[in-house]
Design a protein around this ligand. Structure first.
Ligand SMILES: *Cc1c(COP(=O)(O)O)cnc(C)c1O
Length: 233
């Protein structure tokens, strides 16, 4: 087995253990393998080990990988910040977008989703980190925004995505994750059905599953450390 294959196996064990500890079914949590900053060959190895859903943050980098891996049946998830001039490429090449954080971007994605393809599956990214600089809609604006996004014709609002600010304090981490789940409940009470909570990465996977994550986005634990912080767009 490849190193990537055995790391994937280890992640599946972590997910299974966390789901069990939370009294949740294992199949209620999907693994998105975040391949940003890693070459197409790594994605191919993960695919050979059974992984089908991959997450990317940077449009140019992702398009090159998507083209190089056209022979594989991959479900591509866009999880990075979205510039409006990139919405067409994203709407044409991805199955899911986790990082929709304003109405204008949602409208552009809906307008650009090619006719004859399935609707684009999207999550509204919410800033639960309380850090001003982070992207994501403000929690108090999220319910109204979700209602508007849910009405767009070519995208389907599936849920919420959050990136808690890194903290060594488990209590603060749990509160951020819980805030996202509570917000999802609030939005559902207002009549927008949601089935997805995209939260949890390499370091907070267990806490996220305990708080109700249905998708975890894991990079380093599968592909290794990224050599440098990736800045290209
Ligand atoms: C990079 C990234 C991940 C994966 O993080 P790891 O710490 O490598 O597991 C998940 N979600 C988003 C939005 C990311 O940018």
């Amino acid at each position: 087995m490849t190193i990537i294959g055995s790391r994937l196996q280890a992640i599946h064990k972590r997910i299974e253990a966390a789901a069990k500890a939370a009294g949740r079914p294992r199949n209620g949590v999907r693994l998105i393998a975040v391949s940003k900053a890693f070459p197409a060959e790594f994605v191919r190895q993960a695919y050979a080990a059974g992984q089908r859903a991959f997450g990317e943050n940077y449009v140019q980098e992702a398009l090159a990988k998507i083209a190089a891996l056209r022979d594989l049946d991959i479900e591509w998830h866009f999880i990075g910040p979205i510039q409006s001039n990139k919405t067409r490429a994203i709407a044409e090449h991805f199955h899911w977008v986790h990082s929709v954080d304003r109405l204008k971007i949602a409208q552009r994605l809906s307008d650009a989703r090619p006719p004859g393809t399935p609707m684009l599956e999207v999550c509204l990214q919410v800033n639960v980190s309380a850090e001003r600089s982070k992207s994501g809609a403000a929690p108090n604006e999220a319910p109204a925004l979700a209602g508007e996004i849910a009405r767009l014709p070519r995208i389907r609002l599936r849920g919420l995505m959050g990136i808690p600010s890194p903290t060594s304090d488990p209590t603060s981490q749990r509160l951020q994750l819980r805030a996202l789940r509570t917000l999802k409940d609030t939005i559902e009470v207002r009549g927008v059905a949601l089935d997805t909570l995209s939260m949890g990465m390499t370091d907070d996977l267990e806490a996220a599953i305990a708080e109700g994550a249905t998708m975890v986005r894991v990079g380093r634990a599968i592909f290794g450390e990224r050599s440098r912080e990736h800045t290209s767009a």
